[in-house]
Write a protein that binds this ligand. Structure first.
Ligand SMILES: Cc1ncc(COP(=O)(O)O)c(C=O)c1O
Length: 421
């Protein structure tokens, strides 16, 4: 494959590209995505707004959104332009001088986060954001234990894996950090689990990979009260729920609960350059001050990533995308509920907030089959990692009613075909 080639490919070149891609995947990469064979391989090539195309020009409606990356869709022009300007000036940072983009993006983030949250550490992935939050909580409290929830997902590096609530991922890598897992949504279990050694509780305001689980309305306020009373920090992992996904800027805005530390990632990239962050108050952050080298990252605050973050926040605000997420989410949810009425033999539940929606199918096999039928109909969806019977719908926040109608029609066709199988 020619690197940096921007001219259109001939049919022969496309065939060769697909062959080479499958071969390289099978020889040189981890076994996911599954490359299988040249005949069945679908090789992604272009993206524009809510649409992704493969190398042959086959067009998919992106209702997966890169598992939450593409809040602004693919290659949003405002993000692309901002990054191009930055790229032409300074691509990466010296790490010695002050970078204005890192500072500007941090200010913008502090302006949209609730309460006294103000200080930011930039990193590149969600799992790193969680790692940093866990370290900060330990440093601030001087305690070493964590409380997390069953079926949660917080990442897969050693620290974040320690608080990820699925044995399948955790067991092969134990011993990990000391963590107690409690049922999501049950405050009594959490109250019982906290002891004198607990540094922090970590929670997703809505469990994403756990199957789009929305807790009872009084749960997060009760967790907040409990943590304050017992001197335990509250970390919200908003890597998936943050930045408009649930129809409010942050998942925690639905209840007005302010965490002590918030973790962000995915959408912060603007769908262009990896960017993530953990973010806390001046009071908690002061424990980093005696030694700013307690926690560092070479690429963390790089100007391309922080330009992407700044442009993302600005675009969400300028284009009212959080409101659009709420409106389009309601519309999508209503359409999916109609499909549930039509196919009660296949669908068990439809739930969600904003554009974070789960369709629970009667079992994982049927779920996988329906997701494949959607793919055949050029709609990208996927199951949730810790509850594979739930099909997630997580399209860009820029999605329109017309495209939702189209996706719903194809979903209906897929269900009709599945019900005959
Ligand atoms: C809530 C949550 N936290 C953390 C992560 C890990 O993020 P990353 O894959 O960028 O490391 C994810 C990824 O799906 C997530 O959904």
């Amino acid at each position: 494959m020619k690197i940096g080639n921007s001219s259109p490919l001939s049919s022969e070149e496309k065939t060769e590209l697909v062959r080479e891609c499958v071969e390289n995947f099978n020889l040189y990469l981890n076994r996911w995505p599954d490359a299988r064979d040249v005949e069945s391989a679908v090789v992604e090539w272009e993206g524009e707004g809510p649409i992704v195309r493969d190398v042959w020009g086959r067009e998919f409606i992106d209702c997966l959104g890169g598992f939450g990356i593409f809040a602004l869709g693919h290659r949003h022009p405002k993000v692309i332009n901002a990054i191009k300007v930055q790229l032409d000036r300074l691509a990466l940072h010296s790490q010695w001088m002050l970078n204005p983009m890192a500072a500007d993006a941090a200010r913008r983030l502090a302006e949209i986060t609730p309460g006294d949250l103000r200080k930011t550490f930039w990193c590149s992935t969600g799992t790193e954001a969680v790692e940093g939050a866990l370290k900060l909580a330990r440093l601030y409290t001087g305690k070493k234990k964590y409380i997390s929830t069953i079926n949660s997902f917080h990442g897969k590096t050693m620290g974040s894996l320690s608080v990820t609530g699925r044995d399948l991922f955790r067991k092969p890598f134990e011993p990990l950090l000391e963590t107690t897992f409690v049922p999501y949504g049950e405050i009594e279990a959490m109250a019982e689990a906290i002891d004198g050694e607990t540094a922090a509780v970590i929670l997703e305001p809505i469990q994403g990979e756990g199957g789009i689980i929305i807790p009872p309305d009084d749960y997060l306020p009760a967790v907040r009260e409990l943590c304050t009373k017992r001197n335990v920090l509250l970390i919200f992992d908003e890597v998936q729920t943050g930045l408009g996904r649930t129809g409010r800027m942050f998942g925690c805005n639905h209840t007005g609960v302010v965490p002590d530390i918030i973790c962000l990632g995915k959408a912060l990239s603007g769908g262009v350059i990896p960017c993530a962050a953990f973010h806390s108050t001046d009071e908690i952050w002061r424990v980093f001050h005696p030694n700013p080298f307690y926690h560092t990252s070479t690429f963390g605050a790089n100007p391309m990533a922080t330009t992407a973050a700044a442009a993302t926040i600005q675009t969400l605000q300028e284009e009212n995308l959080v409101e659009n997420s709420a409106r389009m989410g309601e519309y999508f949810l209503a359409g999916l509920k109609r499909l549930w009425e039509q196919f009660p033999n296949l669908i068990q539940d439809v739930r969600g907030r904003g554009l974070l929606i789960g369709v629970e199918i009667i079992n994982a096999e049927r779920g996988e089959s329906i997701a494949s039928r959607m793919f055949e109909r050029n709609v990208l969806v996927a199951y949730t990692l810790n509850k594979p019977e739930v099909i997630r719908i997580e399209p860009p926040l820029i999605i329109t009613r017309e495209l939702i109608d189209e996706a719903l029609e194809r979903f209906g066709d897929a269900l009709k075909e599945e019900s005959k199988a």
